[in-house]
Design a protein around this ligand. Structure first.
Ligand SMILES: [Zn+2]
Length: 160
C-alpha cells in the first residue's frame, strides 16, 4: 500500500464536492443515503386502500372512463356510480370472505381462486333500489361463468 494507497485516497471521487454550474453542491454520498432512508419512511402505497375504504361511500374510487357514451349511461342510471365506490369494494370483499370464496350456485360450489373470476351478485336485481343494492342478505359470491350463465338465462326468459 503506502504511497499508492495515499494517492488513491487523494483521487477518491467522493472526497471533493464539486459545485455544479448553478453553484449548488450536490448531495454527498452519506447525505444521499440519509435522504433515501427518509424517503423510505414515507407511507407506502399498500397502506392506501384501507384509508380509501374509510372514505364516505359516495366518493367514486375510479374515474369514469370519460367517453360520451359512458357519461350518458351514468346519467341514465345513477346507481352505476355505486359500483365505483370504496364502500362497494369493501362490501364485495366482505361477501367473498363470508362465502369463503366459494361459488354459491349449488350445482357449482367451486372455490374461486382468481380475484377477477369472483362476482358479487345481487340475488334479487336491485334495479336502482339502494336497500337491495347494499343488503348483505341480497348479495352472494358467484364465479364468473355461473354469473354470466345466469344472466344470459335471465335475459332469455325476459325475451320470451
Ligand atoms: Zn359457479
Amino acid at each position: 500500500m503506502g504511497q499508492d494507497g495515499a494517492r488513491k485516497r487523494a483521487h477518491h471521487p467522493f472526497r471533493e464536492r464539486p459545485t455544479n454550474r448553478s453553484g449548488i453542491k450536490p448531495l454527498g454520498v452519506r447525505q444521499h443515503f440519509r435522504h433515501i432512508k427518509a424517503m423510505s419512511k414515507l407511507p407506502r402505497l399498500s397502506a392506501l386502500p384501507s384509508r380509501l375504504s374509510a372514505l364516505p361511500s359516495a366518493l367514486p374510487v375510479q374515474a369514469h372512463d370519460g367517453t360520451e357514451r359512458s357519461r350518458q349511461r351514468d346519467a341514465d342510471a345513477p346507481w352505476r356510480a355505486w359500483y365505483k365506490t370504496a364502500a362497494w369494494e369493501r362490501k364485495r370483499q366482505e361477501v367473498f370472505a363470508r362465502d369463503l370464496y366459494q361459488c354459491q350456485r349449488a350445482e357449482c360450489g367451486r372455490i374461486i381462486v382468481a380475484p377477477h373470476e369472483r362476482v358479487c351478485d345481487h340475488r334479487r336485481p336491485h334495479r336502482g333500489d339502494p336497500a337491495l343494492f347494499w343488503d348483505d342478505g341480497n348479495l352472494q359470491t358467484l364465479c364468473k361463468a355461473c354469473h354470466d350463465g345466469a344472466k344470459q338465462a335471465e335475459e332469455r326468459r325476459a325475451a320470451r
